[in-house]
Design a protein around this ligand. Structure first.
Ligand code: FSO
Ligand code: SF4
Length: 531
């Protein structure tokens, strides 16, 4: 196997004998083959589109398949094989429906053949820069797929976006490739554009279904009673669980990236929505054993559940062999588990943190932000967001936030905030200095804010007193970075290390054209930013 798609890849170069994430060689091979299958589905979607045939289930499946190959999502080879067969079957049926040329094979036999013959990704293009571009496009599309998947779960779809993604996926094949570096970069920026659309659709799905987030305190304590912990990013799964426990003594807590959901009016209205437990994904093995109820993973990032596997449930595209998978909206196995487990014996108040500075709240604050900047009360705005992870170098982000001057605001999003989410940084006028914008996909809200500020001040985003300091771990962060580059945002800092799949040539282009740079030390970076 060879996999270098995430930040924790072995030795910063690639996992070759099992993944640092726990992915086995068999699962890696299944995922690589699923990408080959997804390309076949993408080609079928493109052919059908030309013939004027649109199949929403095929569109949806393209994203489900790609999302299954994202870091820390699906560790179950049987489930991945079933997905591969479904993908090939759907592609063939779509071709038949649209009058496109068919393979004439059964999906099962084609799947078996692909599993025997599909090239492993270490056979990727020999040219280092072409390989780097191919991987950037493919990994960016995996990130797009995650956001598009959540959006489609809420009924928000855009066939034109699917066609654009299918074109990029089909173009990221390794064979028959002849493109200049410029062409490759244009494709990568196209993935960034598609990702803006996917994040926009998800924002629309989340806010139209559950209301616009508003600032809301979230308890880090707990309530007496049975307990269910919901991890991941899928608001629909969370809603269904909250609905299922209404009127019982089972309380629901968020974990990881779910914390911002407390700010959505239709979710926080549930009386049994009690609070938040734990910190970022990489601490789950240490933290989850202490939770006295079942844990549901609705998306990444799941890790080896070991001794507490019997209380771990998965949903959507997440699967771990041996964990019960909820696939039909029937949450009763989770509820039964919650009733079997002790729950909390007493109420405990705990600290509270505030979430909910989403798109609408931020846009409503634009006049006040501009006044505060003009009056000199706010000198600079930082976006310190992205993913958390295991490396000690990630302490940079906590230190950076700690060292920001008192006349600056810090927007944050993603699970990277767990490095500093409890910090009391005080207020500037009506604003807390630390503003939680939401999940990583809510980078869309931050982008909308920046564009609105630039429009109001009649300047470009790069002229604003705004700096982005991002932490990356997996492919959604790669997609967001491509979106920022597509929008022309310059001088973004990323860390804790550069992606292993970015070649020196491509890095040089990104640094020359966009000023993209690696984080150094908080002191040096703050000095460089603030002069
Ligand atoms: Fe974190 Fe995991 Fe949002 Fe990522 S939970 S690391 S970018 O999947 O999703 O920030
Ligand atoms: Fe390694 Fe990351 Fe790939 Fe897992 S997803 S195999 S940790 S590079």
């Amino acid at each position: 196997m060879f996999c270098n798609q995430c930040e924790q890849t072995m030795n910063g170069t690639g996992c070759t004998m099992g993944g640092v994430c726990g992915k086995t060689e068999a699962v890696a091979h299944m995922q690589d083959t699923l990408v080959v299958g997804a390309r076949k589905l993408a080609e079928a979607i493109l052919c059908a589109d030309k013939a004027g045939v649109v199949d929403v289930s095929a569109d949806d499946l393209l994203f489900s398949a790609l999302f299954s190959t994202l870091t820390n999502v699906d560790f179950d080879s049987a489930a991945l094989k079933a997905m591969l067969v479904r993908v090939l079957e759907t592609a063939e049926n779509l071709r038949a429906k649209a009058g496109c040329e068919k393979s004439g094979r059964t999906a099962a036999s084609l799947a078996d053949e692909l599993l025997l013959t599909a090239p492993s990704p270490d056979a990727f293009a020999e040219n280092e820069d072409v390989r780097s571009a191919l991987q950037t496009i493919l990994f960016g599309l995996k990130g797009v797929a995650a956001y598009a998947y959540h959006a489609q779960e809420l009924g928000c779809r855009d066939h034109a976006m699917v066609v654009s993604a299918a074109k990029c996926l089909a173009a990221s094949a390794t064979d028959g490739v002849s493109r200049s570096l410029e062409d490759w970069l244009a494709l990568a920026l196209e993935v960034g554009r598609i990702n803006v659309r996917a994040m926009q659709l998800l924002d629309e799905g989340n806010t139209k279904t559950y209301g616009d987030p508003t600032p809301t305190p979230v308890s880090l304590g707990h309530r007496k009673g049975h307990a269910i912990l919901v991890s991941g990013h899928d608001l629909k799964d969370l809603y269904e669980i909250l609905k299922a426990v209404e009127g019982t003594d089972i309380y629901v807590y968020t974990h990881g990236e779910m914390i911002p959901t407390h700010a959505y009016p239709k979710l926080r209205a549930f009386k049994n929505f009690a609070g938040h437990f734990g910190t970022a994904w990489q601490n789950q093995i240490a933290e989850l054993p202490a939770f006295p109820g079942p844990v549901v993973f609705t998306t990444n990032c799941i890790q080896y559940p070991g001794l507490y596997q019997d209380k771990v449930f998965t949903s959507g595209v997440v699967q771990w062999p041996g964990c019960v998978h909820i696939s039909n909206g029937d949450w009763s196995p989770v509820i039964r588990k919650a009733l079997e487990m002790p729950g909390y014996a007493e109420d405990e108040e705990g600290q509270s943190v505030t979430v909910g500075f989403g798109r609408k709240t931020l846009l409503d604050a634009v006049p006040a932000i501009i006044d505060a900047v003009k009056a000199g009360a706010v000198k600079h705005v930082f976006l310190v967001g992205g993913c958390d992870g295991i490396k000690k170098e990630r302490q940079y982000y906590a230190d950076f936030v700690e060292q920001t001057p008192k006349d600056t605001l810090i927007l944050t999003l993603g699970c990277g905030k767990y490095k500093f989410f409890k910090k009391q940084l005080g207020n500037i006028g009506p604003f807390p200095r630390l503003l939680d914008v939401g999940q990583c996909n809510d980078a869309y809200a931050a982008v909308v804010l920046a564009l609105k500020l630039a429009e109001t001040l009649k300047c470009t985003v790069n002229d604003l007193p705004l700096s982005l300091v991002l932490s990356w771990y997996e492919q959604k962060a790669a997609a967001i970075l491509l979106s920022l580059l597509y929008l022309g945002v310059k001088n973004v800092r990323i860390g804790p290390s550069l992606p292993a799949f970015i070649s020196p040539t491509i890095l040089k282009v990104l640094s020359d054209r966009y000023g993209l740079k690696l984080v150094t030390t908080p002191e040096a970076d703050l000095k460089a930013i603030l002069g």
